[in-house]
Design a protein around this ligand. Sequence first.
Ligand code: SF4
Length: 294
Amino acid sequence: MSLMRAERALLDERRALTRDEALAIAALPLDELPDLIALAHKVRLRWCGPEVELESLINAKSGGCPEDCAFCSQSAHFRTGVDLYAMLDLDEVLAAARATREAGATQFCIVVAVRGPDERLLTQVLDATEAVRAQTGLEVAVSLGILEPGQAERLAAAGVRRYNHNLETCRALFPSICSTHTWDERVETCRMATAAGMELCCGGILGMGESLEQRVDFAFELAALAPVEVPINLLDPRPGTPLGRTPLLSAREALQAIALFRLILPGAWLRLAGGRERVLGNFRRWACTPARTR
Ligand code: SF4
């Protein structure tokens, strides 16, 4: 498939690309990258519009996670020197939410480094959600890891608008990244969140050793979950983790992957997240397809 044919499919026929079509675009020579990026930008404007949404997050509990995700400085399995603290109290969360509102953001995301919430943590997050909404009017998103049956419904009932749970990478690569839980457990939590009525924020990290074809597969695996928002992180290797010495993606590879994600997920809000400064450097303005910032 040529870029012209892809443009017709996405803009005139208003449909996403098939896997074969996306693989054909991925195989185009990299000297066509500027045209691919230009197409991604047109798709973003046509499908999502020009708006940018500001969101702020708080790491409400840091470090000591029992899981062994190979990229993650929050894991208790690795010596990374990350800050270690238990769940912040309600006043601290509220202070961060007020600062978020004063900075002009409309979304506030409570992030907790755990495998999944126990009853005590879940209750703290439910209380924090209700207080943030009542006292600031901000929309609340949460990231609490793997959910048990019934927990998603309680979060939705408390007013959580969006659940963030990344697949991190494609199904094929995941077992080499994490041994303490499965890719399917992550997918199951995503399904629980949407079944409970929350919007889904679900993405991952590029540059963990996946092939170009696996990047395309990953984008399609995400698309199957119909996320509203897709965070794209570019691996910024954390010292002390098993991926700590992984070479950075080149800016060209990263830009190509971001543009392919846009063509495969034309209606999703893409959010370029961690690693963008280090990997893209001065090419950051080329990655114009995301419409959300943190
Ligand atoms: S479950 Fe989340 S916080 Fe825990 S090690 Fe994996 S990515 Fe890090």
